[in-house]
Design a protein around this ligand. Structure first.
Ligand code: GDP
Ligand code: MG
Length: 168
């Protein structure tokens, strides 16, 4: 199986670190998707007979968009076009308006499955992790999966790929 995975989240939540940690080699793309989606490819991972194609969605996480109203239709179109959206949070920080802005955009791609990635859990103790779960339930909507990871320290990455698998 192969699929396109959009990685979204406000700046500094750890998107680039996560993709870099996951992606080992680049190979030919077997999936077929619209040009805009292909242009945004950041890396490809072959794992367990699957091909995970990670893409970036410019316009979803640029700082100016956190302040303004403007959002390009093309960014939303990409989110509608991919197989799954990874919405990345910095688990060591409180959920911000920036996070909620990105979440609103994710929700506009109604039919695309979305997985919440709670990153930087290496910075949390058990109690803080529990509090974080409660905060997520209160401030964010429904997800098709939630996974707690540390991209930097490679914690929870196999589980993340497992959660993505059914949507490829
Ligand atoms: P992006 O803007 O979402 O692409 O975020 P980056 O990948 O550039 O990471 C932003 C900062 O967070 C950098 O200083 C990273 O080293 C740090 N970071 C990323 N992932 C983790 C993590 O899992 N744990 C910790 N402690 N820091 C992380
Ligand atoms: Mg980045």
């Amino acid at each position: 199986k192969a699929g396109f995975i959009a990685v979204v989240g406000r700046p500094n939540v750890g998107k680039s670190t996560l993709i870099n940690k996951l992606v080992s080699e680049k190979v030919a793309i077997v999936s077929d998707k619209a040009g805009t989606t292909r242009d945004n490819i950041k890396g490809i991972l072959n794992f367990n007979d699957n091909q995970y194609i990670f893409i970036d969605t410019p316009g979803i996480h640029k700082a100016k968009h956190l302040l303004g109203e403007y959002m390009t239709n093309s960014a939303i179109r990409v989110l509608k076009d991919v197989d799954v959206i990874l919405f990345v949070l910095d688990g060591s920080q409180e959920i911000s308006t920036g996070d909620q802005f990105v979440m609103e955009k994710v929700k506009e791609a109604k039919k695309t499955p979305r997985i919440l990635v709670v990153n930087k859990i290496d910075k949390l103790n058990d109690e803080q992790l529990k509090a974080k779960r409660a905060e997520i339930e209160e401030k964010l909507g429904e997800f098709d999966g939630i996974v707690e990871i540390s991209g930097q320290y490679a914690i929870g990455l196999p589980k993340l790929l497992e959660k993505i698998d059914p949507f490829l």
